[in-house]
Design a protein around this ligand. Structure first.
Ligand code: SAM
Length: 337
């Protein structure tokens, strides 16, 4: 293997420095969102192939040594992991900005621990405010519990974002209701464009574009009441606010208008593979390397150096729409969204 020397930061060929690691802790989920996983489920890795809590923490230490200062936990549903307490405690001792993406269903059991460890940033996935639709979309019950837990986190002053995947004809009639949540809740609602993954029946016509979102909201609230907010560093969502409302909303247009130019993200799957882009079907098995005592830092840098400029090489709508190009990319549930 090439010895790459003393790596200080994860800079790719395009000059992008990667300081943000998303770690998937588990492949299982307690929901079955149709846009995320196929109805028949996904083949799960044998338990021995998944990272243990100690291995998660060891990887986190390695990445921190390579300049990562932001870690988001995801899954599957990260709160389903029995040893989540050990992982959160270990990570909260590292010099990173720590956050989690969750469907919120189990949050009431963990809220005290989050407060104790000072973890405040929570992305809460919620695609509908209608109970029947929740059951259709997630193929599970739990709507009221989800809302109660959102309320609980809000009352306890967590820094909350709501993730809503918009799908035409499914939930795009709730745009106004979801934005109305920002009237009294200090929350950021982020509308995510529906993305193609293995087995999720994606097609371009099911996507709701940024323009359609703004047109629909403008027609309801009045375009003059929608203010554009300044972009954050390495932003993924263009942000807006309705004048006088406490929260804001954003549009994550990874498909129609990707933010690849400022991408600073790396993904580690629950079975310890690095993915240099959400859209890539190439993975490097870091866990096997770590278990074999190999140099993991070099593999990480090689993966970053192989990163393509735009969406793993799917730089046009035509390529993105070609099933052959995204069909062997695992579904979001297995990658960690
Ligand atoms: N279980 C957790 C949750 O529900 O937030 C974390 C995992 S989930 C895979 C992470 C995020 O990926 C969610 O916000 C979900 O909405 C998003 N997601 C899943 N499939 C998607 C798709 N096809 N297009 C866009 N976003 C997707």
């Amino acid at each position: 293997m090439t010895q790459l020397g003393n790596i200080q930061e994860l800079r790719d060929k395009f000059g992008r420095v990667h300081n943000y690691l998303r770690i998937s802790l588990i492949e299982k989920c307690n929901l079955r969102c149709s846009y995320c996983m196929p109805a028949e489920g996904i083949p799960l890795s044998p338990k021995a192939h998944l990272m243990s809590a100690e291995e998660v923490l060891e990887f986190a230490r390695i990445f921190v040594g390579l300049g990562v200062n932001k870690i988001r936990l995801t899954g599957g549903e990260p709160l389903l992991r029995k040893d989540i307490g050990t992982i959160l405690e270990g990570l909260s001792e590292m010099p990173v900005d720590l956050s989690i993406t969750t469907n919120g269903l189990l949050m009431d059991r963990h809220v005290d621990n989050f407060q104790k460890l000072g973890i405040k940033k929570i992305n809460f996935s919620l695609d509908t405010l209608k109970e029947e639709r929740f059951q259709e979309l997630t193929r599970r019950t739990g709507f009221q519990k989800t809302l109660d837990n959102f309320e609980l986190l809000h009352d306890k002053d967590f820094d909350l974002k709501i993730n809503t995947v918009l799908i035409k004809g499914i939930n795009d009639d709730e745009l106004v209701d979801l934005v109305n949540m920002t009237k009294d809740y200090k929350v950021s609602v982020r509308f995510i464009e529906f993305m193609p993954f293995d087995g999720n029946s994606w097609d371009r016509s099911k996507m709701v574009s940024e323009k359609e979102v703004l047109d629909q909201l403008g027609a309801h609230f009045g375009a003059e009441r929608i203010a554009s907010l300044p972009n954050e560093d390495n932003f993924t969502a263009r942000k807006f606010k309705i004048a006088g409302y406490k929260g804001d909303f954003g549009i994550i247009s990874s498909v129609t208008n990707p933010f690849c130019g400022s991408c600073n993200r790396i993904r580690l799957t629950a079975n310890g593979r690095i993915k240099n882009c959400l859209f890539s079907n190439k993975e490097t098995d870091l866990l096997a390397a770590m278990r074999a005592g190999e140099n993991v830092e070099n593999l990480i840098l090689e993966s970053i150096l192989n990163k393509k400029a735009v969406r793993a090489g799917m730089d046009s709508m035509e390529k993105l729409s070609d099933p052959a190009l995204h069909s062997d990319n695992r579904s979001m549930i297995a990658i960690g969204g």
